[in-house]
Unconditional design. Structure first.
Length: 308
């Protein structure tokens, strides 16, 4: 697979983010390029300018782990960016399929019963399983209620990225939509580096790039991210504001699938709101064995705020 354009744009964008001062180099007066020069990266990485320029033009085939590591250090890459660089090199070598375990081509609701039981055992927070394309594969009842607007719109196809960029309801649901949008794109960019042969992922990226300028702009930044833990703020259409922390757990037995669990601080207003949402889920939501994309029933009076 020819990924030279991705390599070139990734390395160029990372080089532009590093200032000479960050790596202990003199500023050198007026600069015609943003960030470091190629010659400076080559010096920091301990290689010739000609060789680094060849790599930055997109030709990573044959680059050793030590060379890639040196470039990662010179460009101050974080863990996610470093892993992405190695993924790009594996693709260039044509070895990604050999060195990585086969990734599950999962369909919605294709999880094992044991995994559904795991989700159902989580009763105090939304818990759900997604694949690398951010398709929701399964939920507990609270997650189904939590993502009621997402799942109510069949155009979203139970996909978190489509919801974020193509559904107007997302701007009200995510209190910090800009941050969520950037994280979403970075996660898809990371997945594209890990699994470049996923046709469904390519189709999703093409769809979002065509239909959303917000997505296309962020995609061009070549940012990547490991999504493991953090905090997010939501405005739920039924119970209002929620401040939640999350943990993302990889499923060793199902490569490519992860479990995400949201929780609230005990005895906090968000915890009380989750309790109300659980009560609503118990009376208003369909059973978890119904299709994930089942439309949300009417809920009566709703608390809303103006979308951004």
């Amino acid at each position: 697979m020819d990924n030279r354009r991705d390599v070139k744009e990734f390395l160029t964008s990372r080089r532009a983010k590093v200032t000479p001062e960050q790596v202990g180099l003199p500023h050198g007066g007026t600069r015609r390029v943003k960030g470091l020069r190629r010659s400076e990266v080559a010096t920091l990485a301990g290689m010739s300018v000609e060789y680094y320029s060849k790599l930055e033009r997109g030709d990573l085939a044959g680059a050793s782990a030590s060379v890639l590591g040196a470039i990662a250090r010179a460009l101050l890459l974080d863990d996610a960016e470093r892993a992405h660089l190695f993924d790009l090199a594996r693709i260039a070598d044509g070895t990604s399929a050999i060195e990585r375990p086969a990734r599950r081509r999962s369909r919605p609701n294709a999880v094992r019963p044991g995994l559904q039981h795991l989700l159902d055992a989580v009763t105090e927070g939304p818990a759900f399983i997604v694949n690398g394309r951010m398709d929701i594969q399964a939920t507990n009842d609270l997650a189904r209620a939590f993502y009621a607007d997402l799942l109510a719109n069949p155009d979203n196809r139970a996909n978190l990225a489509r919801f974020a960029f193509l559904d107007p309801a997302a701007h009200a649901f995510y209190a910090d939509w800009d941050s969520t949008a950037s994280i979403t794109v970075a996660m898809l960019r990371t997945e594209a580096g890990r699994d470049p042969h996923d046709r469904d992922l390519h189709d999703l990226i093409g769809e979002l790039s065509t239909r959303s300028t917000e997505f296309a702009t962020r995609w061009g930044a070549h940012d990547v991210r490991h999504h493991g833990t953090g905090a997010k703020h939501f405005h739920h259409p039924v119970v209002g504001d929620l401040d939640l922390t999350y943990e993302v757990l990889a499923l060793v037995s199902e490569p490519g699938l992860t479990v995400t669990i949201y929780t609230a601080e005990p005895a906090s207003p968000s915890s009380e709101a989750l309790g109300l949402l659980a009560s609503w889920a118990a009376t208003a939501q369909p059973a978890h064995d119904a299709p994930v994309s089942t439309a949300r029933p009417a809920t009566g009076r709703r608390r809303t705020r103006r979308s951004r």
